[in-house]
Design a protein around this ligand. Sequence first.
Ligand SMILES: [Zn+2]
Ligand SMILES: [Zn+2]
Length: 346
Amino acid sequence: MQIIEGIYQLLTPFPQFTIEDAKALRRDLEEHPRVTKGLPYVLPYLLKAGGDTVLVDCGWNTDSAYQALEEGMREHGSHPTEINKLVVTHVHPDHYGMAGRLKRLSSCEVVLHEKDAEVINTRYFAPKGLTDEMGKFMETNGVPPLQTPEMSQGSMGMLDKVSPVPADTEVKGGETFKVGDFDFEIIWTPGHSPGHICLYEPNRKILMTGDHVLPTITPNVSIHTQTHGSPLGDYMRSLEKLVDLDVKYVLPAHEFPIKDLKKRLREIEGHHDQRLEEMMRCVDAGGSTAWEVAGRVEWATGRLADFEPWMQRAAVGETLAHLEYLFELGRLAKVMRGTTLYWLAV
Ligand SMILES: [Zn+2]
Ligand SMILES: [Zn+2]
């Protein structure tokens, strides 16, 4: 789909969706926004101008996602072998998964933020240590020992759908690159991922938001073994970075284009503010673990005890991100009792 001349929105399906179903949902969701069972698709962007062929994000490394990408590029007179540069907004498998395959086909330059580039090895090339670390991490956060092995295995099943490759260029944010006469600026927006980036073209007022800002979904902001500091604090500050941008086309990597960016930024902030208050209410006077708090807060998808193990892990990670931010704000303290971490109001 053409956004403007030279900028095209492509679509690659998630593994559990066919190309046709994903395309039908893309058309339908914009008119009837609703929660779907799992994300149906990723929206890579093709930038084609002045002899350059740049792709922003790709999709899972499945044959159907590749096929969809190839068809999409062909519609706009291009082909994956012609890609000179692949800019990945963040290292999650739905955005980065096909990077290695595209690199082999086209020898493209793979661009990632340094904070995400640094986890490629432990996450995708040698993930065994990560599972052990995750088990310890879960126990520290109060997860009953019987449940940790299953929860630690959570993400291993997706590794066969990722074709990893090291970054050729690691950015920090603030860099610019040209595609024909488009001037893209890289904006570092940590939170959803430590090295998440958005791309901004000030002349045509185009902003590509990756997963940082989506029209109806609030992206998962989570603490896990590879996170440092306060990702939710980072995320809230990263939302502010976009507030004053002059934008006309706001292009996320899922769902559909965002009409009113400022309004959406405020909605997301409001959502997290409410969530922070809810978490505060779920902390016992004598202290609670993240697992206990996660069991008390309301989840849109049901009760924690009924979740699949990987969903429980995500819920604990999301709870921790809020608790850590409350700690950063001076509203909670944390204390180790034995090998277990407790949070308490100050
Ligand atoms: Zn993501
Ligand atoms: Zn995503």
